[in-house]
Design a protein around this ligand. Structure first.
Ligand code: SAM
Length: 372
């Protein structure tokens, strides 16, 4: 049986894609950023992309409902930006200014899905000594949901993503449907068999002698199982376009060894950037650092340039047939904002099992009732 879902703050659709790969029927993605929505609709077979300001969610809910044919989605998934948190001392989120979280609360109240999932950065869990996290749990528990929170943030690399990226999740299931509490998936990879940056991108053209094109051809066969997976549905290479660096930037980064950073530079070199992640060169033998929305401090493990959008997308586990639209800056933001689809997929599969469990129980009850 296939379950339906809508995605609030969908961005380009990392979370949606993982849920779709797991078997969900994604009805719609909602966001306020048009370039991200263009990418979403272009790639998310059949899901509609709705441009709504979720700060004013009350005004959007009827519209969303109409656009998805007045169906109640089985699941609501959401990755709201972590902003605007402030405390009022109440146990209830409604009394805070956490407007974007409230959008999820209000959508859940309106659609009454069987389950919901919210994703956020690990810092959310410890914000104001965990009070915000507790407020979110309380709010949804009071609304009739059994809420589980990741006991510690999930690490994307533990689920086959070539990246050290930690994210926390809330998952709730309706208490009246007797699902019980959800348990998060167990890691399927560990330090000894993590997919590395080399496994992820070693087949892609170096762009040493040209900047490349938005659409180009592969020049090598896949070099790893991961690359085979990423290229499974693609026969062209999209979004693999280099960046024009100054001679100075190229000269500085050429002196950073693989896996190194500004601390490995000779005295006096690269002084313009000194912070933690400055002049970081990936290590081909390890997962990459967290892909962000496009700062210029992470460099290819071998070439003297920042990674392309496609390389970052690979490190986020977006398959190669997923094309990013908009300017390069917008594309990088879409990639960096996303939940890695493979991580989303692992949680989504577990959520389906949890939904099926209840559905089977309900079917058994129904059969028993028929016999009585
Ligand atoms: C962390 S990103 C979500 C990424 C997405 N879950 C994914 O996996 O690709 C947060 C998104 O919230 C959107 N956003 C921020 N403020 C918004 C608002 N007021 N209404 C709707 N969307 C908003 C941003 O445009 C951004 O795409």
């Amino acid at each position: 049986m296939s379950y339906t879902a809508i995605d609030l703050f969908c961005g380009a659709g990392g979370l949606s894609l993982g849920f779709q790969q797991a078997g969900f029927d994604i009805l719609a993605g909602i966001d306020a950023n048009q370039p991200a929505l263009d990418t979403y609709e272009h790639n998310m077979n059949g899901a509609i992309a709705l441009n709504e300001d979720l700060f004013k969610v009350e005004e959007s809910l009827d519209d969303i409902s109409e656009k998805i044919g007045h169906k109640n989605p089985d699941v609501i998934i959401a990755g709201p930006p972590c902003q605007g948190f402030s405390l009022t001392g109440s146990r209830d989120l409604n009394d805070t200014r956490n407007k974007l979280y409230l959008a999820v609360v209000k959508a859940v109240k309106y659609f009454k899905p069987k389950a919901f999932l919210i994703e956020n950065v690990p810092g959310m869990a410890t914000l104001y000594k965990g009070i915000v996290k507790q407020q979110i749990i309380n709010t949804f528990e009071d609304m009739g949901y059994a809420v589980s929170v990741t006991p510690k943030p999930l690490l994307a690399a533990d689920f086959g993503v070539p990246q050290i990226r930690k994210r926390m999740f809330f998952v709730g299931y309706r208490k009246d449907l007797n699902y019980g509490y959800f348990e998060f998936p167990e890691p399927t990879y560990n330090k000894d068999n993590y997919v590395t940056a080399g496994d992820a991108i070693s087949d892609l053209p170096s762009l040493e002698n040209s900047l490349g094109e938005e659409v180009s051809d592969y020049i090598k066969e896949p070099q790893s199982t991961y690359q085979e997976l990423m290229r499974k549905h693609a026969d062209k290479l999209y979004n693999h376009v280099g960046t024009r660096h100054t001679e100075e930037v190229k000269w500085v980064i050429s002196q950073v060894p693989e896996g190194g950073n500004h601390k490995d530079l000779p005295k006096g070199v690269g002084n313009s950037r000194k912070f933690n992640e400055a002049w970081t060169r990936y290590d081909s033998h390890k997962p990459s650092k967290t892909i962000d929305t496009g700062h210029r401090n992470h460099f290819h493990y071998k070439w003297n340039r920042v990674p392309t959008v496609r390389e970052n997308a690979r490190l986020q586990s977006f398959p190669d047939d997923f094309q990013f639209l908009g300017t390069k800056t917008q594309q990088n933001r879409q990639v960096g904002n996303a939940v890695p689809p493979l991580l989303a997929q692992a949680i989504a599969k577990k959520m389906i099992k949890h939904l099926n469990k209840e559905d089977k129980d309900a079917e058994v009850d129904r059969q028993l009732n028929l016999r009585i």
